[in-house]
Each structure stands twice: as structure tokens, then as C-alpha cells.
Design a protein around this ligand. Structure first.
Ligand SMILES: [Zn+2]
Length: 456
């Protein structure tokens, strides 16, 4: 059963995903896909959140009955592209919920991309070779969801290739090929949402298909709830009646509407642009796609937050999501540190450059950290300039996207956001020494249920 979006419990460990989902919907409405990938363990509810978003998507206007969801102002499908205004007016238009479709792992390429319409071909009255749009074509101006994207990339490379094409540019390209039909290429404005558990087979998407991982603008880590209060809220959900649910949904719709109007005029001032250029040059980002993702996400974040211009807060919220899958955790930490420290207000500059004990171990005379930076930097981009001389004095801090204001949950999220995220801390420890098999005692090789249980 898919739970209603508004009845799902938001907590500090999943708040970023709610935020990303709403940003992505607003971006889709403004016709620029913002692709998101939710990563997390089984049982974090990431899939439920993504699927439940179906209940808050806005409506879009299309040429009446067009399965490709042609925008009446800019029709693109084989049937309607090139029609003049009068002809389109005659066809009329209709408002439908933004398409939200799911691609299953067993789907055939023809189902996803489209192919020849057999029903029309064998029609006795009027045989015709026509295209039947596939899932991606039908999701034009909407969203497709793919669960366990890492597994799909591993087992269905041809589906991954199609996604690479569709997500490669904005708008993307969708090629429909079927023997007996001329090749058709249509533009595709599909927003792709995916979920995966990087701890399960076959591992993180970056390791399977790096290019595909890079196509996702934002990668959102979702964790299991950690606070007592959150668990209480999940166990005892606030019973919203229909009227209340309606009200919350209306307020979300109003946020989208206001956001859409503000999206058109969003801009980044030259100071923030210069900061991003430095991030690219100084930290060896692999692709310009990362910068595009940051600027788009920051604009959507600002628009959704009721602002007309992007500010530092927006960058702070989106950079961790845009770079999580693109740079090593310590590089992200360095970038966030620069962002946090380069504020103009003097009182924000940390007064004492005291080095905490663990950090002095990390730095070990400033060499270890520099060496690791160089090592990881060279793995990611050969020839990237390293910054070994920069002293690292502050541990990187994660900044989850802010949640809507005004409740207890929000306050807790803000408090939690100030705690150090262990994932972002570079840990240097000796690996466990390996033993030859015959040197390992039997009791460590064979474990009973009791030991296994304790192990967890
Ligand atoms: Zn059409």
C-alpha cells in the first residue's frame, strides 16, 4: 500500500529526500529535469517517500489525448510537431496529473522506449504502421521511478544506455527504433528518480556505471530514524482527517505555484558564481555537470523557499547532495568548510584556531591529510592541483536541506544538522591484519545463531 505523502513522518534522517522530491517536482514543472537518486539501507522508507510523491504532483496541460503529453505551446511528438496554432486549437487541450511511471527491471526495451503498434498494424478496417509510445515517451514532462538502479545498471546495460541518452542533456533524446519503421528521435523531458541500497549487491551505482551515477543531479542519503521522538511519531502517526490532508496538500500546491513563478527570475550573483568556479578548479571536479546540478538545484531551492535570488544558504543545502556521488567525502568536507568560512560577517569567523586532539592526529604535521588529498585527487582527476599546504582545522559538517519552518521536528533537524556526520569525516586506521586460513580458530570460522545474533 502506498501511503499518502502528507502522512509520512519527516525526520532529520529523511528530511533531505522530502526536500529533494519537492525540488525535483518544481524543476519538472519548469521544464528542466532535476534527476534524483536516493541511497540508503533497506527499511529507510526511501522508496515509500518517492512513490508517495505521486499524490502531490501538479497537473500539466497537454494536447487533448496525446500519449506523448505534447505541450500545446510546443508540440514535439511525431503526430503533433509542426501543426500550426489553428490546427492545435482545434484539437483542444486537457489538464492531466503530471505523469508518474515506474520502470520495472523485467521491462523490455520496446516497452520502455516504444515500438511499432501491433494493434494498429493488424487492424482490419484501417491497417497502419504507427508508433506506440513506451514508458519514457509517456512520462514526458513527468517522472519515471526506478527502484534498485544499481541492480538494473548491472543486469540491464541496454536500459542503462537508454537512461544515459535520456538524462544526458536537458531536454534529452529518445530514439525509437523498430524494424519496419523509420527511426524516430524525439526530445524527452523526463525526470528520473531512482533508489538503491549501496550496501547490497552489486554495490553502489558509482562502482557499476559511473557515468550513469553522474547523470543524477542530486544523490540523497537516507538513514533509518535515530531519535526516540521520530520513532514515536512513526509508531503513532498523527491521524489526519480528509480535511486536514486536503489543507496540507493545498499548501504544498501553493508552494509549487509560488515557486514556479519565482523560478523564472532566479539568478546567482557574481560572488557565488566565483565561488563555484573555484570549487571546480580547486577541488578537481570531474564534470561540469556537477556545477550545472548545483546551480539548478540552488535556484529551485531558493524558489521553493520563497526567495527571488540564490544565497549562500541555498548552496549550503544543495552542494552536499550534488557532490555526494561525485567527490570523496573529505573533498566535500573541504568545500563545505570554505563555504562556511568565507562569509563576510566577521563574527562568523571562528576566533580560535585551536586544533582538537583527534584533528592533530589526522594532520600529523599537516602531511597525512595533504598526502591523502593528493592520493584521492589524483585518482579522481589526473593533474588536478593539490592543496597539501592548507591546514585542516575544522571537521566537515553535513548540512541537510532545511525543512519547512514551524514545528518541533524542524527544530530537532536544525540541532541535528549541527552534529558532525560520521560519513564525512576522514578516518585513518590500520586495516585488520589478514590471517592465513589455518591460523584462524574453528570457533571464529563457524558461528552459531547466538554469535551471529550478537554480531549484529
Ligand atoms: Zn503529441
Amino acid at each position: 500500500m502506498v501511503r499518502d505523502y502528507v502522512s509520512l513522518v519527516r525526520h532529520p534522517d529523511n528530511a533531505s529526500l522530502f526536500q529533494a522530491v519537492e525540488m525535483s517536482i518544481l524543476a519538472a514543472q519548469s521544464k528542466v529535469p532535476l534527476h534524483i537518486h536516493a541511497e540508503g539501507l533497506r527499511g529507510t522508507g526511501k522508496t515509500s517517500i518517492l512513490r508517495a510523491a505521486r499524490s502531490i504532483v501538479p497537473r500539466i496541460e497537454r494536447v487533448r489525448g496525446c500519449l506523448y503529453n505534447c505541450d500545446p505551446k510546443a508540440p514535439h511528438c511525431p503526430k503533433h510537431a509542426g501543426l500550426d496554432e489553428a490546427a492545435l486549437a482545434q484539437l483542444g487541450s486537457e489538464w492531466i496529473p503530471m505523469p508518474f511511471l515506474e520502470i520495472s527491471h523485467s521491462a523490455k526495451v520496446a516497452t520502455i522506449v516504444g515500438g511499432i503498434d501491433l494493434e494498429k498494424l493488424v487492424s482490419r478496417a484501417h491497417p497502419e504502421a504507427a508508433l506506440l509510445p513506451g514508458t519514457l515517451a509517456q512520462a514526458h514532462r513527468g517522472i519515471v521511478f526506478i527502484d534498485e538502479i544499481n541492480r538494473l545498471a548491472d543486469t540491464s546495460p541496454e536500459l542503462a544506455d537508454i537512461l544515459l541518452d535520456v538524462m544526458g542533456t536537458k531536454p534529452g533524446r529518445l530514439q525509437i527504433e523498430d524494424p519496419g519503421l523509420p527511426k524516430v528521435e524525439i526530445s524527452s523531458l523526463v525526470t528520473v528518480w531512482a533508489a538503491s541500497n549501496p550496501d547490497e549487491d552489486p554495490g553502489p551505482l558509482e562502482g557499476i556505471r559511473r557515468q550513469l551515477a553522474d547523470r543524477f543531479d542530486l544523490c540523497v542519503g537516507v538513514k533509518r530514524p535515530t531519535s526516540h521522538a521520530t520513532l514515536m511519531a512513526i509508531l503513532q502517526p498523527e491521524a489526519l482527517d480528509e480535511v486536514e490532508t486536503g489543507k496540507v496538500q493545498q499548501s504544498i500546491a501553493a508552494r509549487f505555484m509560488g515557486g514556479l513563478q519565482r523560478m523564472a527570475k532566479q539568478s546567482l550573483n557574481s560572488e557565488l558564481l566565483a565561488f563555484l568556479a573555484n570549487v571546480y578548479l580547486d577541488h578537481g571536479l570531474e564534470s561540469l555537470r556537477a556545477l550545472e546540478a548545483i546551480t539548478l538545484a540552488a535556484k529551485v531551492h531558493a524558489a521553493l523557499g520563497g526567495k527571488n535570488e540564490v544565497d549562500r544558504e541555498d548552496l549550503r543545502a544543495v552542494i552536499p547532495l550534488a557532490l555526494k556521488h561525485r567527490v570523496a567525502p573529505h573533498v566535500l568536507g573541504d568545500i563545505m568548510e570554505v563555504l562556511n568560512n568565507s562569509r563576510s560577517a566577521p563574527e562568523d569567523v571562528p576566533e580560535a584556531k585551536e586544533v582538537a586532539p583527534q584533528e592533530s592526529i589526522l594532520d600529523a604535521g599537516g602531511n597525512n591529510r595533504g598526502f591523502l588529498s593528493r592520493l584521492f585527487g589524483s585518482l579522481r582527476e589526473p593533474g588536478a592541483e593539490d592543496k597539501e599546504a592548507t591546514p585542516q582545522t575544522v571537521l566537515p559538517v553535513s548540512t541537510p536541506a532545511p525543512m519547512p519552518l514551524g514545528n518541533e521536528e524542524t527544530r530537532r533537524a536544525l540541532i541535528d544538522a549541527n552534529l558532525v556526520n560520521p560519513e564525512l569525516v576522514t578516518i585513518i586506521a590500520p586495516p585488520n591484519a589478514a590471517l592465513p586460513l589455518d591460523a584462524v580458530s574453528e570457533s571464529r570460522l563457524v558461528m552459531g545463531e547466538v554469535e551471529l545474533g550478537r554480531d549484529k
